[in-house]
Design a protein around this ligand. Sequence first.
Ligand code: ATP
Ligand code: MG
Length: 399
Amino acid sequence: MNNPYPNPNFNPTHILCHYAEIGLKGDNRSYFEKKLKQNIQHIIKWRSPGSIESIRRLRGRFLITLTEHGQKNIHQISEHLENVFGLAYFAPALKVDDTYESIISNSLEMMKNMEFDSFRVTARKSNSPLSFSAQKMNEDVGAAIVTKLNKTVNLSYPEATCFIDMIQEGTFIYQKRISGPGGLPVGVSGKVAVMLSGGIDSPVAAYYALKRGARPIYIHFHSVPHVSPASIEKVKETVEVLSKYQPGAKLYSVEFAPIQDEIYAKSDPKLLVILYRRFMIRIAEILARDEGAKVLYTGEAVGQVASQTIENISVVEESSCLPIFRPLIGFDKEEIISIARKIGTYNISIRPHQDCCTLFVPKHPATKARLTDVLLSEKELDTDKLITTAVDTAEVFLY
Ligand code: ATP
Ligand code: MG
């Protein structure tokens, strides 16, 4: 966790939240800002209730005023903000009196009791009623820190920074800009359905859906009783972790064993995985449409396993009328694992469980399935009934 204030005597009263403005124009911009504000409010109200007094939209940023309770919980709040997509960075800051003397003395106080030798002052001014310039504060606060605290200026590689933001709403000082996750606020890009398997890849695909502002519902196919119900628990825990990016997530858990049994009994073993996938896609599509989700997401990457050759991906895709997004398509496994670790899903995903698609599957599945063969196989199956039953019996979990 990022420590928002290395000096334990520095007690921020506000948080300045910045977002990347590039590409935001017209109506787009106010929609983006509204969603980002809602998401900030939502996550803090949910995880640290009673912490926000107000949140105001300024140009290019938000100003959060913390309650006393919020000031005490600043570490926790910072952790939540690190997961709010759309934020470029944020800074827990102290509001100081709008006078020259107050800015100097509070800056000195903030930089006291900290271990560093070199520092810089980074003052900015925009729409502030104050008569002195940002450059004057850079020089004068800098000189005070040099003489009173015996530190050295280093503009290029400072060990510590004294930030001073002089804006219309007042003057704020802080020591640290904490990186947000970037991306777009969850919700600005509409609803999608992420197919979550219990493996390492699909939660990472979900992360990239969330990062570009999509609001996922999650769909999991389980093979209980052929596998242990622990496989469903794994996926529920994974959604719990992902819900730090999106409070109020929804998971559909779909019974897949009856479909698998019928496919297994009637089809060419080499085509099993492809047939399983085509059924999953069809069911996911119905649930997605019911939810108003416009796209399916999967964790596939070209060539990772036999079912993910370009030929097989295209035969599976043929079963879907909705577009299928695969954000990991060009990723190596190592790259996927490093993101999974970062977002906290890896340790859940590696817990041993049986994947429903590895059950009863031959050692050498088709790597270049032909659509005509797959369609012929499907003629033998009671497709509509199997799909309707699976959709009707899907269980829903809310977060
Ligand atoms: P993952 O690590 O996500 O399981 P994988 O590399 O093991 O991916 P596959 O098992 O071939 O790949 O699955 C490819 C994709 O198909 C998954 O990323 C997921 O989106 C979807 N998928 C596979 N099995 C299931 C399942 N049981 N429930 C929901 N989606 C699934
Ligand atoms: Mg898998």
